[in-house]
Design a protein around this ligand. Structure first.
Ligand SMILES: *[C@@H]1O[C@H](CO)[C@@H](O)[C@H](O)[C@H]1NC(C)=O
Ligand SMILES: *[C@@H]1O[C@H](CO)[C@@H](O)[C@H](O)[C@H]1NC(C)=O
Length: 416
């Protein structure tokens, strides 16, 4: 038997215990999702699921929200069950995902339209002939496209870390998960965890994937959310029970789904040079006061890239003057959730002295945003617990809250 260095041995142990927990969670999910699909239509079982979530620690809403970008992808391969479970364990308020569709119309959690960067597809000889070139948002892209693979084929792949400077030791362990599995991970967490799914590349998906019932990608996306009981405006009872933000870079998709669901939506905003993928509008157009006021009747906020809110100087990597977009959005009562916060040195601007906590302090206290997409949920959670801890009285499980609940039940039973 080969000998391992102490650190190698620790890693193996950590990996196998994490793998064991993921397997357990997935077994639970398989058991649940099998019956979940048939139960979904029944209002009775739907009601009992809601009763369960009522007794959980609620999602915090008193401080900016911690959005686990693609799960805890700073540590584990992105958008996998393991990355989401890890993010929940680390204190995420919301777990974030990108929804795309397989060739046979299943909604899956995956970021890129090609499988190349974050799976082992290149090692699968059976898929060697599956490489294609398609136009994506006006540019030719070559690779293995997710829309050319059935769900079963996608399941045969294993996900890997996107960035070479991150831990590669969890590559090859985890599968691509479906949108429904992602939802179940949130619903069956031991506290209320929100979901934050993106309608990803809707123009491309609607071009390449056809559903037999003539529905479009956005219909399938919303139907899935409704089937699992999601609905209700921001901060309504329904929303607090199952918190959800729907996000997209495509304004037409957000407007289209607004007729099907009252759940809160956010318009994502790309770099200043990138036009919108559906309406071909410039950055300056969609961040004008007039456009923000228009889209504000459909969305509760915007999700801009952080370097457009506070542009850094490319020559010395120091922060420049903040743009006025945050103030203008707030004046229209729109939330601002910038992306993406990353701990690594190469992402930290010079002002932050290579300290990710200094970056969080700046964005939370000075720019005063309402939520942050982070690759390192654990770091943001620690920072917020140090500076603005979770208020105990918010916990529905406090003795006072439980007594109130018991009193309410007795009253309902006739013991007034
Ligand atoms: C939404 O519904 C209204 C009223 O039924 C209709 O007038 C409108 O065109 C619909 N919008 C979209 C984007 O489907
Ligand atoms: C998008 O807008 C730009 C600038 O207005 C224009 O040059 C380009 O042709 C447009 N692209 C499409 C696909 O309409």
């Amino acid at each position: 038997m080969a000998s391992f260095s102490p650190s190698g041995r620790m890693t193996r142990t950590a990996a196998s215990s994490l793998a064991a927990r993921v397997v357990l969670a997935l077994l639970l999910l398989i058991g649940v999702s099998g019956s979940g699909a048939t139960q979904a239509a029944s209002p009775h079982t739907h009601h009992s699921r809601q009763l369960d979530v009522n007794h959980k620690k609620p999602v915090q809403t008193f401080r900016p929200i911690n959005i686990a970008h693609r799960g805890s992808n700073g540590e584990l391969p992105e958008e996998t069950a393991a990355a989401y479970l890890r993010a929940i364990e680390e204190g995420a308020d919301f777990i974030e995902t990108d929804v795309l569709a397989s060739k046979d119309g299943h909604l899956v959690c995956f970021h890129d339209v090609t499988l190349d960067a974050t799976t082992d597809v290149a090692d699968h000889a059976e898929f060697a002939g599956r490489k294609r070139t398609y136009e994506v948002q006006g540019e030719d892209v070559t690779g293995w496209f997710i829309v050319d693979f059935t769900l079963e084929e996608l399941r045969s792949l294993r996900v890997k870390q996107r960035f070479s400077f991150r831990d590669q030791r969890y590559n090859g362990k985890y599968q691509i998960i479906t949108f429904e599995e992602y939802i179940l991970i949130a619903l069956y967490a031991d506290r209320t965890v929100g979901i934050y799914p993106e309608i990803k590349n809707p123009v491309f998906i609607n071009q390449h994937v056809k559903w037999s019932d003539g529905k479009r990608f956005e219909d399938k996306f919303v139907e899935t959310l409704l089937r699992y009981g999601y609905g209700g405006e921001y901060m309504s009872d329904g929303w607090l029970r199952q918190p959800l933000f729907i996000q997209s870079f495509a304004p037409t998709s957000l407007i289209y789904v607004s007729n099907m669901t009252d759940s809160p939506k956010l318009l994502l905003i790309d770099d200043t040079t990138v036009p919108t993928q559906d309406t071909n509008q410039s950055y300056h157009e969609i961040t004008s006061d007039a456009y923000l006021a228009f889209i504000g009747s459909y969305v509760v906020g915007i999700g801009p890239w952080k370097d457009t809110l506070v542009p850094p100087d490319p020559t010395d990597n120091r922060l420049g003057r903040p743009a006025d977009l945050v103030a203008r959005a707030h004046a229209l009562r729109l939330q601002v959730h910038p992306y993406t916060f990353r701990n690594e040195n190469q992402y930290l601007h010079f002002d932050f002295r290579q300290d990710p906590y200094a970056e969080y302090a700046y964005w939370l206290d000075e720019v005063a945003v309402d939520g942050l997409f982070t690759d390192f949920t654990g770091s943001l959670h620690k920072y917020q617990e140090w500076t603005r801890p979770y208020r105990k009285e918010q916990e529905k499980t406090s003795p006072e809250a439980l007594l109130r609940e018991i009193a309410g039940m007795l009253k309902n039973d006739g013991y007034d």
